[in-house]
Write a protein of this length. Sequence first.
Lengths: 111, 114
Amino acid sequence: RKEVEQDPGPFNVPEGATVAFNCTYSNSASQSFFWYRQDCRKEPKLLMSVYSSGNEDGRFTAQLNRASQYISLLIRDSKLSDSATYLCVVNEEYNFNKFYFGSGTKLNVKP
Amino acid sequence: DVKVTQSSRYLVKRTGEKVFLECVQDMDHENMFWYRQDPGLGLRLIYFSYDVKMKEKGDIPEGYSVSREKKERFSLILESASTNQTSMYLCASSSPRDSNYGYTFGSGTRLTVV
């Protein structure tokens, strides 16, 4: 069983659409949660951390549901430049900062 | 601009060769990691280190070893390269002193073993 599960997609959406991804994690003791973005043939880059109270950064909103053990990412008013793979990341070992990565959800935003 | 630098972007090696992948970070980070990324499997942790001369096995350490003689440098060694080690290798670093504990990745090394 994987530590972090994501729908691989692809999600194909038109520009301007709102799209949401979910990610589930298996360890209820998980401490920290993140969304990373990875462009084709590039390294992953931190998009945003996910806080218990939820957080928003411009068009992006991340939420955490500890009871159901999932995190979500909502993208409003999608842009062509949002096309990428979005990785869900969970930190289970607080002291060593060891992360578990989902396999990613691919988003294609079309004109 | 903070950086994690991997020595090679693309590498082609022959089966049985000993391969060294180098990673250097300039952020004074305590933690360093080596992952490999394969289609459909995502990122899988090979080894990590949370201090100089310290190392811990990740989820798939077989066929690999690491060295951390200096804080800024973390090397991944393929003792005898095999074709199933063809992959994208990503180095990352982090520090518990950072407010969000996020990783910074290097740009990756795409290794092909023939």
